[in-house]
Design a binder for this molecule. Sequence first.
Ligand code: ATP
Length: 447
Amino acid sequence: MEELVALCKRRGFVFQAGEIYGGLQGIYDYGPLGVELKNNLKAAWWRSMVYERDDVEGLDSAILTNPKVLRYSGHEETFADPLVDCRSCKSRWRADHLNGAGCPRCGSRDLTEPRPFNLMFKTNVGPVEDGSSFAYLRPETAQSIFTNFKNVLDATSRRLPFGIAQIGKAFRNEITPRNFVFRMREFEQMELEFFVAPGEDEQWHERWVDERLRWWQEQGINGNNLELFHVPGEELAHYSKATVDVMYRFPHGVEELEGIANRTDFDLGSHTKGQDDLDISATVISNDDANARLAVQDQVAKRWTVPYVIEPSAGVDRGVLAVINEAYEVERLPSGNERTVLSLKPHLAPIKAAVLPLKRNHEGLVEKARAVKRMLMKLGLGRIVFENTGNVGKGYRRNDETGTPFCITVDFETLDDDTVTVRDRDTMAQDRIAIGALGDCLKERLA
Ligand code: ATP
């Protein structure tokens, strides 16, 4: 983990937020390369969840949340972790992380009884600060998918099964944020709420577990480092009938990367309750009542049902940590030297190709290299950089470390015959390729 943290800082993936003022615990910023990697991971998720399917719509909802939403969802009452205080050194810990041991800081066994600590952040909305006008920062993106259920349904005329996908920030006042971007207080989630007919939920749950395992492997995660954890009944969240966690072998241990929960009709049912005093246990519902309900109508039977929901919920930041960890390698070369390489999948690489003129500031080479960059940019492959440093060997090593799949060197031969050297990050092989063929070559190799 220390090596990854150091690499992330050195190369501009992740910084501690507000570092010059001592930072804030559990809060991080993404640097120039981190933002690209994170965006690429989110784009890959969106592509597979929304674009490649015909049964999912997207959403981007607000972070500030009306307290009623989180009251009816059950979060005000139950979204808490067990907190214990160490009476000796006054530190605070999550009881379920101590595994019966003493205080991790001073070793004392003089700990208070665990008490629930609500993880939601509150903030004031508007100029009145008397506590009557507060809002929560959402602790998960899911709730606004439920509260928008009817809006999306009406706007798209969807029928079951269908899903609503959302990527966005979530906030939890974690008792002990730690392990770099694994456990943060401000983080990002990629959540799908997939609505199905009651009775079809268990089958869909299994399908989503398989699908999500497959997807993580497509992001470059070795299947041997992934495992499934069937959350035991007593540990289930208040809304869940069954949860399967996708666990990943992080540098600090095997922990949750994504949770796939069968949330039943708990949320849509709860928000329906929050709207008025409908008889929510009724299976036959009048059309008048239906307008207020978060329900769908069975076109044939003319009956209204509150759908069940399967929720694959993944952490973007945990995903970033996992793909970096998988890709990171320090290789010993035949020359005896070492090289650090980040073998990220090309679609995740922050920079797709670096174009390097052999000699710094050489007019002909620089002009040609810029033209190559412009030509490649037009292909829409992602970020292509022009690096006018004049030290190609160093450029290769730096780009290996940041995961750039290809370096393209423009040298004096280029000026004669319009060919460039394409150097492959993983094999370090160098091919001479005509500039005219470069676009197709990269498109194929980056696919
Ligand atoms: P944990 O048990 O590790 O606290 P959780 O079960 O509370 O996690 P969920 O509520 O299932 O997490 O959230 C879904 C996903 O959001 C998690 O699988 C994880 O990837 C991500 N996530 C949750 N909490 C955090 C956090 N504090 N920092 C970063 N990512 C998080």
